[in-house]
Design a protein around this ligand. Structure first.
Ligand SMILES: Cc1c2[nH]c(c1CCC(=O)O)Cc1[nH]c(c(CCC(=O)O)c1C)Cc1[nH]c(c(CCC(=O)O)c1C)Cc1[nH]c(c(C)c1CCC(=O)O)C2
Length: 355
């Protein structure tokens, strides 16, 4: 009897045939799949309730909470994929970096990395460091049934920005100073982060994640020449490290209109696009052989239901000629979003694109 005749095998087949994974592979789909970056989190009252009194990073280390919080938006919005509840700094915390996530601020690093000696803080990540991830992914894939689970990690540049700045930054001054002032130290830092990120993605895939997304949220701060020279090699290393698993690899950043081609070249199967570039134009910049993900402007979620539909229709029209399209926002769900607006948006995309 083949593995596909066991109940587990049947579920794996259904997951493999899901609209989300089919779109990532640029295969025909029954409807355009939808999920929302940051779909889990503060926009949901049920999230705020289970997080009460529990610091963000503590919640990421509790498989029961990770499972519940990851499932909440799937239950509520009928999205086509779940994204593992965690944060981009979790693997850094797991190797002993002294950091915290400050509510309303973001990740804050106690001892920023700015010298060669500071690099010693970045040891290798082993699966034992994040055993709670393996456990939570196992619980989740059992609960999710055919709905695919997306694993994720921060890309080397975005992680480096937090580590070098010591926290969130508008202009990434210290980061760029290091990139230009000590290119060898910069390259070594990004290479270390590529190793850690690769190890973290492998843990999630081996435990059952069906796709992975690399968040390079802040890389839009760079010019293309700098991206090609100082960032692309490290991101490409991450994509190569997980290539043999055969799961779709999504690559996302904000303000990356001028970088879309290079971000595809780094090795992604799906390129995430923010709202600044229409999807048909993004497809020209990315080139053939890749699916696109995006790109509804999250600020428009605060508008009227009618305006939201007009904008969603525009996104779908621009996506009409794409080889593969995963509907998403151009960036994360804002914390004060009315969750019903997201439920209606997912429903609208499903009904408008049903084949
Ligand atoms: C840049 C970045 C971070 N974290 C992440 C990124 C890349 C995505 C992006 O560009 O938005 C990734 C991330 N962080 C979180 C998720 C959960 C999964 C999902 O998308 O639903 C994901 C995918 C949970 C979280 N990560 C964080 C929260 C909010 C903290 C809380 O609920 O107390 C959640 C739900 C904290 C965090 N962590 C970070 C920021 C900027 C913040 C917000 C700070 C704040 O406004 O309070 C760093």
């Amino acid at each position: 009897m083949s593995a596909n005749h066991s109940p587990e095998g049947t579920q794996q087949t259904a997951t493999h045939d899901s609209a989300f994974l089919r779109a990532c592979r640029r295969e025909p789909v029954p409807h355009t799949p939808v999920w929302f970056m940051r779909q889990a989190g503060r926009s949901l009252p049920e999230y705020r309730k289970v997080r009460e009194g529990i610091p963000m990073l503590d919640s990421c280390m509790r498989p029961d909470l990770v499972t519940e919080i990851t499932l909440q938006p799937v239950r509520r919005h009928n999205v086509d994929a779940a994204i593992y509840y965690s944060d981009i700094v979790v693997p850094l915390k797991a190797i002993g970096i002294d950091l915290d996530i400050k509510p309303g601020v973001g990740p804050v690093i106690a001892d920023p990395i700015r010298s060669r000696a500071d690099l010693a803080q970045l040891r290798d990540l082993t699966p034992e460091d994040v055993s709670y991830v393996t456990e939570a992914v196992g619980l989740l894939t059992a609960e999710l049934g055919p709905t695919p689970l997306i694993g994720f990690a921060g890309a080397p540049f975005t992680l480096a920005s937090y580590l070098v700045e010591g926290g969130p930054s508008r202009n990434h001054e210290h980061t760029k100073a290091l990139m230009y002032g000590d290119p060898q130290l910069w390259a070594d830092l990004l290479d270390r982060l590529a190793e850690i990120t690769s190890a973290f993605l492998k843990v999630q895939i081996e435990a059952g994640a069906s796709a992975v997304q690399l968040f390079d949220s802040w890389v839009g701060a760079l010019a293309p020449a700098d991206y090609r020279r100082s960032v692309l090699p490290a991101s490409a290393k991450v994509f190569r490290a997980v290539e043999s698993y055969g799961v779709p690899r999504i690559h996302f950043g904000v303000g990356t209109g001028e970088l879309l081609g290079l971000m595809g070249q780094a090795g992604a199967d799906v390129v995430g696009v923010d709202w600044r570039v229409p999807l048909d134009e993004a497809a020209r910049r990315v080139g053939p052989g890749k699916a696109l993900q995006g790109n509804f402007d999250p600020a428009i979620l605060f508008s009227t239901p009618e305006a939201i539909e007009v904008k969603a229709r525009e996104v779908l029209d621009a996506a009409a000629g794409l080889e593969g399209h995963v509907f998403n926002l151009g960036h994360g769900v804002p914390p004060t979003t009315d969750p019903d607006a997201l439920t209606r948006l997912a429903e609208y995309v499903h009904t408008q694109t049903a084949r």
